[in-house]
Design a protein around this ligand. Sequence first.
Ligand SMILES: NC(=O)c1ccc[n+]([C@@H]2O[C@H](COP(=O)([O-])OP(=O)(O)OC[C@H]3O[C@@H](n4cnc5c(N)ncnc54)[C@H](OP(=O)(O)O)[C@@H]3O)[C@@H](O)[C@H]2O)c1
Length: 289
Amino acid sequence: MKLAFIGLGVMGYHMAGHLQNAKHKVTVYNRTAAKADAWVSAHHGRAAPSPREAVKGAKIVFCCVGDDRDLCSVLLGPDGAFAGMEKDAVLVDNTTASALIARELAAEGEKQGIHFMDAPVSGGEAGAISGTLSVMCGGQGDVFARAKPVIDVFARAVTLMGPVGSGQLTKMANQTCIAGLLQGLSEAIHFSLKAGLDANLVLDVISKGAAQSWQMDNRGETMVNDEFEFGFAVDWMRKDLNIVLAEAERSGASMPVTALVDQFYKDVQSMGGGRWDTSSLIRRLTKNG
Ligand SMILES: NC(=O)c1ccc[n+]([C@@H]2O[C@H](COP(=O)([O-])OP(=O)(O)OC[C@H]3O[C@@H](n4cnc5c(N)ncnc54)[C@H](OP(=O)(O)O)[C@@H]3O)[C@@H](O)[C@H]2O)c1
């Protein structure tokens, strides 16, 4: 199938690669052209100088940029993807963004007969590299049915959650779980160290019981070792938590711990940790010894 992919960042670079490796014909666009050139050399696909040109003839267009504002800049306007997409083509948006922008872009696309599906992902860079992401989708059933077999090549789970915006709302629940959990894990490790326990041994024992989590298995040891130069950046997490808290205010959901952890992440940013992995929450606790 003729496809386009916009945004070759940490995630998009590998997702687009899986699509090309699955024998689809992928044309990519990236704002920084050097990344698109590197992708073309590695995957033998094609690159275009603007989103509008990249999407020409594509049946499905994927997009994975930073936030709401980035989405508008690659999808709208004279050089944006919508300006070049064919009637009845599908835009699958893998960006983590607000449900509001998903609904706005779906309405904008509809004016031109373009179908929009929000499809944020979970699983991190490792999941993007191995093609095992979890993809939470918001859109119409027939649009989902067309896109799912294509998305499957970089995912281990692709689920339709409801109408446009539902994928983003589900991703907000995902980020809420991670935020609260990481603060708990940080406190448990900090507590163990202060109590004079071998923190790695503590994690080894409790990870075999009810306290086990993906964060404990994949981040526990690096938290004990005070290593954070990798993974999912604190700046991105704050972007996501701000989306969560704004949505909670609209719906009336009570999110006291999420609001607190968001402020803790602000502390980490002011410690210079904007690009540190989200598990760096523990540094707030250990900074004074
Ligand atoms: N990294 C993770 O572990 C992870 C996991 C799950 C979900 N996500 C979400 O997935 C999305 C992408 O994350 P990422 O880690 O791949 O981010 P990233 O490495 O920072 O890449 C962002 C991509 O968006 C492009 N971009 C940003 N602003 C743009 C603009 N105004 N116009 C055109 N292109 C623009 C960037 O182009 P340039 O190359 O020119 O900068 C780059 O290709 C985010 O919404 C993030 O929250 C990330």
